[in-house]
Write a protein that binds this ligand. Sequence first.
Ligand code: HEM
Length: 250
Amino acid sequence: QSSDEARDDEALDAITWDELAEHDGAESCWKAIYGRVYDVTDFIPVHPTEEEVMLEWCGRDATEGWENKRPGVPHSPRAESRLESLLVGRLVGEDGQPVMRDDAADMGAEVIDADRALSPAEDERLHRAMLGMPLDGHYRGVFTDRGVIQVNITFDLRDGRFDSVDYRHLAYRGVDYLALEEGDEGYPVRVQYEQVAERLEGEPVTRIFALYEPERMVDDVDGYSGATLRGAKVISAIRDGLNRGVYSWP
Ligand code: HEM
């Protein structure tokens, strides 16, 4: 039988919704996809997913599942041709009239096509990502040396600008800078790192490059020159966060 003949409605057995619903499990699993009914029972063990993924759609209109392996991702033409050999009939309504492909799609099966699946906000995210522009969101990044975390920084980007830059951890040679108090040795360095965080607020991401010359960004504090601050560690931690990608959305 050629596939042209297989597509000929007259040649196909008429199957009602009730008949379809009888084949709703692993012993016998039929699925309606675009108004055609397929017996996929023998294909379930072969299908490259856990069986539940297939079983969920037995005995009903499975067009939505077929079109969305993952949201917006339909099956391949190769999968489509396998489907052809599993064809058992055409779906008909109570009036005996064929359930047309488009009706089937409307009937409880919201077919998402790849373009329409994106909301305008997601579309902007996609395009920003394609252009290599950082996405707005919450980020976490670290600078480590020989497996030891020295800088662990969190920040948000809003409209591509820094928002609430914060250190979760700041240490060097066993000194936990965040634990230092006024008067402790090294406290001025903590103050300088905090100046960096404050002064990045509201700035575009490219502002981190000023940290290669930290004296441009921080003050001399109690005899500690801004030029001695390890700005490159902060740059590295922030870039690590950007490389990891958005940790959570705002
Ligand atoms: C309707 C419910 C279905 C759902 C939710 C579903 C889901 C999926 C998922 C998630 C994958 C990707 C697996 C992976 O790459 O790890 C996949 C792949 C595949 N599925 Fe399905 N599937 C369904 C029905 C079917 C049916 C009825 C067939 C019979 C032909 C089939 C044939 C395939 C094939 C051949 C692949 C390999 C990738 C491809 O060619 O697209 N699926 N399916």
